[in-house]
Every structure is written in structure tokens, then in C-alpha cells.
Design a protein around this ligand. Structure first.
Ligand SMILES: NC(N)=O
Length: 661
């Protein structure tokens, strides 16, 4: 984006896609269920693209390359593997969500319905704190990159990114967000492939696996990597790489996923029958992004260290994530820098959209509707949802700005210390009938305070009692706080639930927000008046109703508890097996064997990464197109009809079309 552009391009095509969708398909974002949960009808390819997009941050590209630069080939593995397992494990939560609370709008609604207002308030704190921290990190990373590469003022970038994104989120809601995720992910993969093929096939500076191997070996001879086997960049035997791996795994568990409505929202928007598949596809596809990106640009930054076009990187530059931009510019000049700016920008805008709609849902359903206006009408909910997207966009800009002026780094904002204690209690609330309310609340609160205490004690102990932004951001200091926080939260909640088990049957969470229950309730109360008013103000109400009926029938079919329990079992097995593969079976034997890759080993390692990236691209680019062929045909038919007879293409389908789309 040039500094002269006023809003990100996403705002433009996001609004365009929304218009197409509203005109030519049954999905109009003027309904709150469509706005926040896309009628829970999205197929697995598009959900996987949405997961990939929401989980790809500026840090995913910049920090993964920084650890490749510091530790060699182990850095990309630990970065990618250490943050993939959470997505895979989330498949279990997604299955339980569909089983135990299929009509939830937010995970916090489940907490309220199961445990009441005090527990709801406690976990609301953790949920919103997660959104604020992730959003600040996104704005901070995104604006720093835009400033670095275009010269645009950081203050302007801090506000323009979230506000531009807010426009398409308000216009199109959850489905538009997923469609923009899809387009962003497509371009992201295309640019990653350009870098990969430049480095390993065409660049006169590197251009082959052999040359990369040779350059990395030469650099290691003069500046060996401390703690790596033979000082080499070409080994998984890296002590600091392993320490980073542990920090990354704990940090990613603790920081997001389980606490972040953005990931629950993708499960909510998913078709029940395919939600587990979507998370497994999404996790496996995401792995390829940081892995191949940093194995390409992070290692290139090392290999080109003696290249005159390569900027000299200070330790501060490395922790700011600059190895990737420096390598891109050294390899491809201005166009490399521009391509890198584009991928970062796309990553940040998609993840920002995910956070905006997530926070809007939490504020609308868990604060406004829950406490301020329990009898809110459809129109009021829509208004508040829109308003909350806009308000949070401005808040995000302000938060990014505050952290920018305080001078905290992306790494510091990986605040597992504050958020980690809620991870296990949240998972237990949604999945385990025995989970004890007081124990889970106590675990979260106690873990929070003990986590912060141990973080500060570790900082003081390791830094001669100096506690400031720099010392608190140290790896071991953070790791101590993260471990204590997640461990205390987990142990207190599990042990108390085993000693004082609840016997919760999930009946009330299962019927929560159910369209059937709401309908009968409405018949008995003066909600009827609200509904009547709304339907009078809406136009094609009969067709809408038929469409909705069709969706409900389809949905009921997919909510068969036996099938959903089977999906959960499948998710549990797959995620645990994949977790073992990612963090034990592949890396640990290579670590203990102290293997240093020769040319053939390195070639095989990177080639497998490239094949993986292709498979990922097929999953999140081609699969959604294939799955949506009926909807795409519907849009194409509508457009053609409109061309030949203006106004004749507008969607007006018989019931049944909706489920096909
Ligand atoms: N999404 C992450 N952890 O890069």
C-alpha cells in the first residue's frame, strides 16, 4: 500500500464481495446470525483458510525468520510445529462445541449458561484481555512494517489498518471476513512461492539447495552458532532452538487460541459435520507458512551475510524481525521489499478482521445482550454489532499506539503470563461434565497472580533486581511466568474437579439460543411484538423464513450426537498423534542424534517443506472453490442475467438453494 492510499485495499474488495454475496446468494449480512456466525454453514475448505489467515500474523513471518536466522533449520521447525499443535488440539474443542452448545455465538455464552455471572465475568476478563493483546500485537507489527517500507507515519498506520478492515467487516460480517481471508491466503501463498523458488531455483545469489548449503556452511565456519552441533545452521541439534521451542509451545497455548473468540468463531461458523476436518486441515496447512517462509528468507539472511546488498543486522534488528525484509530486499531489490510488505499487510489485515468480528460478538452477546438489553431486537443487535466493530477498530489503533510509544516488542506482547491460567479451565468448561465451577475460577485467578509474581521474581533474580520492559521480555523470565500460569490454572481446576466433580449434562447449553426454543418462547411472551415489528420492517420475509427453515433442517441432521461424539474421538486421536509427531517423533531423534544435514539431507528437508506448502495451498485455495461450486455458479448466473436484463439476476431462489450454497 502506498502512503497515498487512504484505506487498505481489503476494504474495497471486501465490500465488493459482500455486495455480490448479498445480491446473488441467499446470504445477506443484514441478519445477525449471518453477520456473526455465517448461519453455521461454512464448509471445511473456507474455514481452514479462515483459520490459516487468523493464525498468520506479522510475527508468524517475521519472528519465524528471526529464529531461523539465529538458530538455523531448527528455528522454523520449532516455530511452525510449536504453534500448529494448538490448532490441531482445538479441533477437539470445536467438536465439543458442536456437541454441547451448537447454537452458541461465543464461548463465553457457554460459560454463563453453565456457571452463571461471576464465572462469566472472570472469563470475560481473560477473553477480552486476549483480544486486546493479540490486536495490539497485530497493529504494532503491521504499522511498523508499513512505516519501515513506505515511510508512512506509524500513527497513521496504527489507525488506518483497523479502520480500513472494519469497513469490510461491518459491510459483510463473518462470511465476508472468511472470503477476504481466502483471497489474502491465496496471495500469501503465491508470494511465499515466489520467494521460495527465487531462493532455491533462480536467484543468481543462491539459486539452489547446494549453494544455500555451501553458504550456510561457510558462515558457520566464521561465526558458529552457540549451542548447535558443530556450530552449524544445518542441524536440529540446537540447544537454544529447543529452548525457543518450549517457550513457543507454552506461549502459544497460553497466549491465544483457547481464550480467543476469533478461533471459536470459526468453529461456530463451520458446518457441524465438517468442523473437525476444518481444524485439522487448517492446522496442517498453517504449518507450511512459517516453516517454508523462514526456511527460505530466514536462512537467506544468514547465507547472504557477506553480500553487499544485504543490510547488516544488529541484535535489535533481529529481535524486531528484520532478517526476512533484509533478505527479501537483498534478493529481489525493491520488488522483494514490496512483496514482503504485501504478505505482511495481508497477514495483518486478515487477522485484524478476525479480531474485530470476534470482539464485536463478545461485546454484543456477552455484554450488551446479556447485561444491558436482554430483550434486544434483531435490529438492535445488528446495530450494536456494527458499532462494536467500529469502536474496537479505534481502540485497536489506540492500543497499538500506546505500546508503540512505550516501546514494547512483539515478543513482549506474547503475554502468556496474563492469559495462560484460563486455558485449561476454559477447555474443561466446554468439554468435561465434571469440571468444577469454583475450582476452574480459582485456577484461572490463582494462576494469573502466581504467574505474574513468578515472572517478576524470575526477572529480578536473573537481572540484578532490574525490572523494566527489556528485562521482563527475556526468554527465561517469560517462560517461568507462562509455565507457572498455565500449570497452576490446569492443576487447580483439574484436581478440584476430581475431588468435587459436577455432573453437568450440557442440556441447557445444548438448547441455548436454539431457534426452536426461541420460537416457542416468543409465542408465549411479548417478544412476539418485537419479532412482528422486525418482520414488518424486513422485505422478503416469506422467502427468508423458508430459507431459514431449510438451514435449520440441514443443521439438525448434522447435530446427531452419535456422529458428533465420533468426530470428537477422531479429533482427539488425530490431534494427539500429530502433536507427538510435531514435537517429539520428528525433532527429538534428530536433536539427540546430533545430525548435521549434508546437501542431500538438506535438499530432502526443504523439498518436503515445499511439497507440504503445495498441499496446503491446494487445501486452502482449491478446496474452497470446489466446495463452493454451486454458490459460484449461482453468482455467475446472477451476474449474466443482470448483464442481459438489468435487475433479473438478483437472488430469488426456492428453498433448498441455501443449503447448496
Ligand atoms: N500465530 C503465531 N503464533 O504465529
Amino acid at each position: 500500500m502506498s502512503s497515498s492510499e487512504v484505506l487498505p485495499q481489503g476494504a474495497g474488495y471486501g465490500v465488493g464481495l459482500t455486495w455480490l454475496q448479498a445480491r446473488y446468494t441467499p446470504f445477506s449480512p443484514s441478519n445477525s446470525e449471518e453477520f456473526s456466525s455465517a448461519y453455521r454453514s461454512v464448509k471445511p475448505g473456507l474455514i481452514a483458510a479462515g483459520i490459516v489467515s487468523a493464525w498468520t500474523w506479522a510475527a508468524t513471518l517475521l519472528q519465524s525468520s528471526a529464529v531461523a536466522y539465529k538458530y538455523g533449520i531448527s528455528g522454523p521447525w520449532w516455530y511452525a510445529g510449536g504453534a500448529t499443535i494448538q490448532v490441531l488440539l482445538f479441533a477437539q474443542l470445536a467438536a465439543k462445541l458442536k456437541l454441547n452448545a451448537p447454537y452458541a455465538h461465543t464461548w463465553l455464552e457457554i460459560v454463563y449458561t453453565r456457571w452463571g455471572p461471576i464465572a462469566h465475568s472472570v472469563f470475560l476478563f481473560f477473553g477480552l484481555a486476549t483480544n486486546v493483546i493479540v490486536s495490539s500485537m497485530l497493529v504494532l507489527g503491521g504499522s511498523a512494517t508499513v512505516t519501515d517500507l513506505t515511510g508512512m507515519s506509524t500513527i497513521a498506520a496504527c489507525f488506518l489498518i483497523p479502520i480500513g478492515v472494519a469497513i469490510y467487516v461491518v459491510a459483510g460480517g463473518m462470511r465476508a471476513t472468511l472470503l477476504c481471508d481466502y483471497t489474502h491466503t491465496t496471495v500469501l501463498f503465491a508470494i511465499i512461492f515466489v520467494f521460495t523458488f527465487t531462493v532455491y531455483a533462480t536467484s543468481p545469489k543462491i539459486g539452489s539447495f547446494e549453494k544455500m548449503h555451501e553458504l550456510l556452511t561457510t558462515v558457520a565456519e566464521t561465526s558458529p552458532v552457540p549451542g548447535n552441533a558443530g556450530g552449524s545452521y544445518l542441524t536440529i541439534r540446537s540447544k537454544n532452538g529447543l529452548v525457543f521451542g518450549v517457550i513457543n509451545i507454552i506461549g502459544n497455548f497460553a497466549t491465544v487460541q483457547f481464550n480467543d473468540q476469533a478461533y471459536w468463531q470459526r468453529a461456530i461458523a463451520s458446518k457441524p459435520a465438517t468442523c473437525v476436518k476444518a481444524y485439522l486441515y487448517g492446522g496442517l496447512a498453517w504449518f507450511a507458512i512459517p516453516f517454508i517462509f523462514s526456511t527460505t528468507l530466514g536462512l537467506s539472511a544468514v547465507a547472504l551475510r557477506n553480500d553487499p546488498a544485504m543490510r547488516v543486522l544488529t541484535p535489535d534488528d533481529v529481535s524486531a524481525g528484520l532478517p526476512a525484509p533484509a533478505a527479501a530486499a537483498a534478493l529481489l531489490g525493491k520488488s522483494g521489499a514490496a512483496a514482503l510488505l504485501i504478505v505482511l499487510f495481508l497477514a495483518v489485515t486478515s487477522a485484524t478482521a478476525a479480531e474485530l468480528i470476534a470482539v464485536s460478538s463478545v461485546l454484543t452477546y456477552d455484554i450488551y445482550k446479556r447485561y444491558l438489553n436482554p430483550r434486544a431486537t434483531e435490529a438492535q443487535i445488528m446495530r450494536v454489532s456494527h458499532l462494536m466493530v467500529a469502536a474496537f477498530a479505534i481502540f485497536m489503533g489506540l492500543a497499538g499506539l500506546v505500546f508503540f510509544f512505550i516501546g514494547v516488542s512483539l515478543g513482549w506482547l506474547y503475554m502468556g503470563v496474563i492469559l495462560g491460567s484460563a486455558v485449561v479451565p476454559i477447555a474443561l468448561c466446554v468439554t468435561w461434565r465434571k469440571a468444577n465451577k469454583i475450582g476452574c475460577m480459582l485456577g484461572a485467578v490463582l494462576g494469573f497472580f502466581l504467574g505474574i509474581m513468578s515472572w517478576l521474581v524470575a526477572t529480578a533474580t536473573l537481572n540484578d533486581n532490574v525490572i523494566n520492559v527489556t528485562t521482563t521480555g527475556g526468554d527465561f523470565e517469560m517462560l517461568t511466568g507462562n509455565l507457572v500460569s498455565i500449570f497452576v490454572g490446569g492443576v487447580v481446576s483439574v484436581i478440584s474437579s476430581l475431588i468435587w466433580p459436577e455432573n453437568f449434562d450440557f442440556d441447557i447449553t445444548r438448547s441455548m439460543n436454539s431457534p426452536h426454543v426461541q420460537q416457542s418462547f416468543a409465542d408465549e411472551t411479548d417478544f412476539k411484538e418485537d419479532i412482528k415489528e422486525e418482520s414488518l420492517s424486513k422485505t422478503p420475509s416469506e422467502k427468508d423464513e423458508k430459507d431459514l427453515q431449510q438451514v435449520f433442517i440441514e443443521e439438525e441432521k448434522e447435530l446427531d450426537p452419535v456422529e458428533l461424539q465420533k468426530a470428537f474421538n477422531f479429533a482427539a486421536w488425530c490431534s494427539v498423534i500429530l502433536l507427538l509427531i510435531f514435537i517429539i517423533i520428528i525433532p527429538l531423534p534428530l536433536f539427540f542424534a546430533q545430525t548435521i544435514f549434508g546437501v542431500r539431507g538438506f535438499t530432502a528437508w526443504v523439498t518436503i517443506g515445499i511439497i507440504w506448502a503445495f498441499a496446503s495451498a491446494l487445501t486452502v485455495i482449491i478446496l474452497p472453490l470446489f466446495e463452493s461450486r454451486a454458490a459460484l455458479a449461482m453468482v455467475a448466473r446472477g451476474v449474466l442475467k443482470d448483464i442481459f436484463k438489468n435487475g433479473s439476476g438478483k437472488y430469488d431462489a426456492s428453498p433448498g438453494e441455501l443449503s447448496k450454497a
